[in-house]
Write a protein that binds this ligand. Structure first.
Ligand code: NAD
Ligand code: DAU
Length: 341
């Protein structure tokens, strides 16, 4: 493998993946294509920007010309680019259909035209829908329940169709909930860490008993790099951390790690259509010889420390547009919103 195109590489997981690959695969070159939406941030790539094996291009995965020009230079594509936040998908689903379904179509067409050696579509455990008992296997039917999850299912189904119809060497990964450095602070863990640091309330949706399987972002990135090299074209792989926790457990652990009291917790209105639980059976990936390296408690402590030591990164994000979205989402759920800029 020589040169890879990482789309969405200025976002949370994409930027961690770029950092991981430049460190762990010294022979690889990385081109990032990212639109720099509200969630994309060049600061996420600050420490790799001078690496001669790295190049950044600002642009949209839906732009046929830009995509074509880049795809003809590379051997593989890893598509992270997406609208990724479930709550925002309930407010503005159109943006999700455009980027998460039409975007992969444009990438797949270019991949077919230029004959790339691998196309990895980074998908999510949310495509299975909520799983009240047991664990989802790759062969289970898809039953997405939010516009975000449905658009991700559309993107990966299209990718699989390019394997079936045109023999494109597509690999699908279905990851569970990531956490770690550079996680945009609209998501549960970084929002609650940064709010608690400022003694702002933590709005737990519904009864807080929803379950997510958490994976440290470095483990997810390692699994994607591993599957890029070792995955079977046409196959789907679940990528979970094996750390099922209820939201209220995660919330209490964050407060404990920060030395803050539980009086910051507010139980507020629920997310409409809130999936109760996701859980993945990852035996297919484990059978290939890959395992996550981090425990949830250690990685969460490391993540909390990162936010404590990197206020330069998240404080500028928590301003302007962020608070507009925050007021809209949390106001509707009955949380009294106090904005501090
Ligand atoms: P993110 O929102 O932090 O980053 C998304 C990135 O994509 C941003 O840099 C944004 O600027 C870019 N982008 C958005 N639209 C674009 C477009 N049209 N063209 C080019 N770039 C565009 O998301 P994330 O949490 O890093 O997730 C990355 C991928 O992993 C997504 O596909 C997501 O569905 C998937 N995933 C995320 C998780 C998770 O827990 N965060 C879990 C499993 C899978
Ligand atoms: O499961 C993988 C998915 O995980 C990814 O595909 C998505 O891109 C990613 O955003 C994430 O989706 P979730 O909806 O699970 O993540 P979020 O951090 O938004 O919420 C985690 C849980 O916490 C969920 O049950 C909703 C709840 N929650 C979230 C927020 C932001 C709260 O109770 N309060 C909150 O303020």
């Amino acid at each position: 493998m020589k040169k890879i195109l990482v789309t969405g590489g200025a976002g949370f997981i994409g930027s961690n993946f770029v950092r991981y690959v430049l460190r762990e695969r010294p022979e690889w070159h990385v081109v990032v294509l990212d639109k720099l939406t509200y969630a994309g941030n060049l600061s996420n790539l600050r420490d790799v920007q001078d690496d001669p094996r790295f190049r950044f291009v600002q642009g949209d995965i839906c732009d046929v010309d830009v995509v074509d020009g880049l795809v003809k230079e590379v051997e593989a594509i890893v598509n992270f680019a997406a609208e990724s936040h479930v709550d925002r998908s309930l407010l503005d689903p159109g943006a999700f259909v455009q980027t998460n379904v039409y975007g992969p179509f444009v990438l797949l067409e270019a991949a077919k035209k230029h004959g790339v050696e691998r196309y990895v579509q980074v998908s999510t455990d949310e495509v299975y829908g909520e799983v009240l008992v047991g664990c989802s296997k790759e062969t289970d039917p898809l039953a997405p329940r939010s516009p975000y999850a449905a658009s991700k299912a559309g993107g990966e189904l299209l990718a699989r169709s390019y394997h079936t119809s045109y023999g494109l060497p597509v690999i699908i990964t279905r990851g569970s909930n990531n956490f770690g450095p550079y996680h945009y602070p609209e998501k549960l863990i970084p929002l609650f860490i940064t709010n608690a640091m400022d003694d702002l309330p933590l709005g737990v949706y519904g009864d807080g008993q929803q379950v997510r399987d958490w994976i440290f972002v470095e483990d997810h990135c390692a699994a994607i790099a591993f599957l890029l090299e070792r995955g079977q074209p046409g196959d789907i792989y679940n990528v979970g951390g094996g750390n099922e926790r209820t939201n209220i457990e995660v919330t209490r652990l964050i407060l404990k790690l920060l030395g803050k009291g539980e009086e910051l917790i507010r139980f507020i209105g629920d997310r409409p259509g809130h999936d109760r639980r996701y859980a993945l059976d990852c035996s297919k990936l484990h059978a290939l010889g890959w395992q996550p390296q981090h425990t949830f408690e250690d990685a969460l402590a490391r993540t909390v420390r990162w936010y404590q030591e990197n206020e330069w990164w998240w404080r500028p994000i928590k301003s302007g547009e962020f608070w507009e979205y925050y007021r809209q989402n949390y106001g509707a759920k009955g949380l009294e919103v106090e904005v501090r800029t």
